[in-house]
Structure formats: C-alpha cells, structure tokens
Design a protein around this ligand. Structure first.
Ligand SMILES: [Zn+2]
Length: 424
C-alpha cells in the first residue's frame, strides 16, 4: 500500500511535509519524498488533503461496557457500583460481551484508535470482535479471588490465552483487578504465571482515596508500597489510574519500571482524584493514556481524552506549561505502545502500519499556515470527527469514514436487543 503525497506527517522527528509512506504487508517500509520509482501495484491512497499520524492507543478500557453507557450516571460512586453496575454485570452473557465490544470497536476506529488494552470477562468474545473488525488489542481476563473463585478464573485466563495465541493483532496479559479484590497469594501466583508465559500484567491501582485508606488499615502501607514489598512490581506491570500516589510511591513505580495509565475523564466523572502525571513524568515514570469503560466516561474518544488530560494537569498544578501538547500526544501513541509491548505508536520504518488520516477540510484543523501548530491542533481542538481513513496492520479498515470490515447496522440492532434484555 502507498499513502501518496501526504500533506503533513506526524513523526517522532516532528511534522514532515509532502511525504509518501510505503507499507509492505503489515509494516511501514519507508517514508520517502519521491514516489517516482515506486512499485504502485498495491492500493494507493491520496494523502494530499490529510494529516497522517500514528493511530491512537487506548491503554485502559473495558470495551463491552459500552452497553452501560449513560446508565446510572450522576449517582454516588458506591451506589452506582453496587446498585447499578454490579447487578447488570451479573446478567451479562457471552453474546452481550461480543456485541458490546463490537460497538466499542466501531467507536474506537471512527475516532482514530487503532489499539486498545481491555480488561473484562468472556474475553474470547472480545477476541472474536477484534478478529472480525481488524483492530489491534491486548486482552486480559479480569481476575479476583475474594469470592473464592480465583483458581477457576485463572484457569480460564490461561486457556483463553493459549487458544488465541499466535493470532494476528491479539496479545494477552494477566488482569488482576485490584489489590482489594485479589489476595496477596493470588497476586503472587499471577506474577509467577506472567513470568512463566512472558506476559504483562494489567491492574487497577490507587484509583480512589478509599483504596488507600483501606490498604493502610489492612497492611499499614499505601497500595504501591504494599505491591513493592510483596515483590509484585516490575516493568511487566501496567497500572491504571494511580490517582493517589505520594512521592515515595512515584519513586517506587519509577524504580520498578511500572507503566501508568492516566484516565482523566473517568477519574473526574467518578470524582476519584487527579493522577500526579506531571510529577510522575519528572521522575521518569512511563505514563500513557486510556478512557476506561464507557460507563464512566462516557465515550472512548482518545482525542477528547488527550485534551482533558492536558487541561486537568494544568489546572491541578496551576501551571500552563504542564503536560504540553507534544508530551500529551506521546501519552496517547508511543508511550501506550511501549507500555503494552506492541510495535506501533509512531510513523517510522519497521513499525506496524497502524496509521490514521485526518481530513484537512475541517474547521478545527485550520488555519494551516504554521506546521508547528499541528500538534496543538491535534490535542486541543479535539478533531476526532476529522478522522477519515484508518489503516491497521497494513490493511485499510476505514475509508472515507466507512468501516470496511463490518456491517454497522447489524451491530446497532444487536446492541439494542442486548440492552433491552439487560435493562428491560
Ligand atoms: Zn478500569
């Protein structure tokens, strides 16, 4: 495939003008100024009216929770969880996870996300949705053992991982839900399995003040200190939220090479807290970005997430230079790829061809007189509606806003059926 004469290309070196990108199979083969001697037998996409950038990476979500969008909003956190979310989650069947995940994937592709990191259950259903749509994903079965059913879940996680191993675009992690739903023994068992199978670990950490308070009462340590003391932390760990870290915990995460997923919109909506991202970045913690599930966001738009990510840091520390646009875009692309261990997140030779094209015929991307402003536009004017074409793993997945791999209408109908059964 050839993307010809791209007007602007976002690369790690900065914005490049009038370049062509050659894709061989699934990989970016070259980025060139001249297309004269190229073999043009594959698909040719005209990039002259576009900004070309790496696809966004949503590093923490629960895709099928799109079914819960708008359900029980604006209620106190514990009432929302215990009276709204948990009772309906009890009723979820595999088909709900399949159709809910497809709905999430439509939304993600349309808003420029090419890879997501998912934690939920019935993960084979999520894998089927990923396989069908052509998106890239890292999947983990949520694990907890406080109800005595940890072993059963762990067995399921390993068998799903083995069943899908080697399938293109799908990676697996282990997904211990959180320190308050997993015992110490269970966490250590998961850590050993992650080492045995050479997988990463996706966990929620320090999301709320209550989690810290309960951990101090039970272990006389804060959550990251506790995980460090039991030997759980390493560069395999991807920790979502981390709203309530003190300086010592930031140092602990940095020393262990833990990646942190910042979920600003979910954290604001659930009134959880503000992750100390600026401090973490100063201490060289690798921070990436996620939306969390649609029940607490309520969308999966990573452009919107980037804008809020930056603004929340600025107001939180009263400093306009906090989380600059150039840093924010890294959170949503390359840092996410590094955290998840996927060879994507930047437009460079040898990387996965996970690329999006934004249509310059869009008011939020104008004027174009200064190319240095483009990163600011991408972060602060939130142009997910400008996403026009999406390429994942070297394949054209969306062109002129039409997703080529699925029948959207069928998915919307099935989602309505599932929602009617779940909510009455
Ligand atoms: Zn979550």
């Amino acid at each position: 495939m050839l993307i010809k004469n791209a007007r602007f290309v976002v690369t790690p070196k900065g914005i490049e003008k009038n370049k062509s990108i050659v894709i061989e199979d699934s990989i970016i083969d070259s980025i060139t100024s001249s297309t004269a001697d190229l073999d043009k037998t594959g698909d040719v996409i005209d990039g002259s009216g576009s900004i070309i950038m790496p696809g966004l990476i949503n590093a923490h979500t629960h895709a099928a929770m799109t079914l819960f969008r708008g359900y029980g909003d604006d209620t106190p956190l514990h009432e929302w969880l215990e009276k709204k979310i948990f009772p309906v989650e009890e009723k979820l069947k595999p088909k709900d996870i399949y159709w809910g995940s497809l709905l999430a994937i439509i939304e993600m592709i349309k808003s420029g996300t090419t890879c997501f990191n998912d934690m939920y259950y019935f993960m084979s259903e999520v894998a089927k949705a990923v396989e069908k749509t052509g998106i890239r994903a890292v999947l983990s079965r949520g694990l907890m053992d406080t109800d005595g059913r940890g072993g059963e879940r762990l067995k399921e996680a390993v068998s799903e991982m083995k069943e899908w191993s080697g399938k293109p675009r799908i990676e697996w992690m282990f997904g211990p839900h959180a320190i308050y739903t997993c015992s110490e023994d269970f966490l250590l068992r998961i850590k050993d399995l992650a080492e045995k199978y050479d997988r990463r670990i996706h966990i929620h950490l320090s999301e709320t003040k209550k989690e810290v308070k309960d951990c101090l009462r039970e272990h006389e340590k804060r959550p990251a200190e506790y995980l460090d003391d039991i030997g759980f932390l390493s560069d395999r760990v991807v920790a979502a939220h981390c709203c309530w870290l003190n300086n010592n915990e930031i140092k602990i995460l940095s020393r262990n090479g833990v990646s942190v997923v910042y979920n600003p919109i979910s954290n604001m909506k659930l009134a959880s807290g503000i992750a100390p991202v600026f401090e973490m970045m100063k201490k060289k913690v690798q921070v990436c970005l996620g939306t969390d599930g649609a029940a607490s966001n309520n969308n999966l738009d990573m452009f919107e997430e980037m804008k809020v990510a930056s603004l929340l840091q600025k107001i939180s520390i009263k400093d306009t230079t906090a989380l600059k646009a150039t840093d924010t875009i890294m959170l949503a692309t390359l840092n996410g790829a590094k955290a998840l261990g996927v060879n994507s997140g930047s437009i460079e030779e040898g990387k996965n061809a996970d690329i999006i094209l934004l249509d310059l015929k869009n008011p939020v991307l104008r004027p174009l007189h200064n190319k240095e402003r483009i990163i600011s536009d991408l972060v602060y004017s939130t142009p997910s509606l400008a996403v026009n074409t999406v390429i994942i793993d070297g394949k054209l997945i969306m062109q002129n806003k039409k997703i080529l791999t699925i029948d959207e209408k069928e998915i919307y109908e099935k989602v309505e059926e599932c929602a009617r059964e779940l909510f009455g």
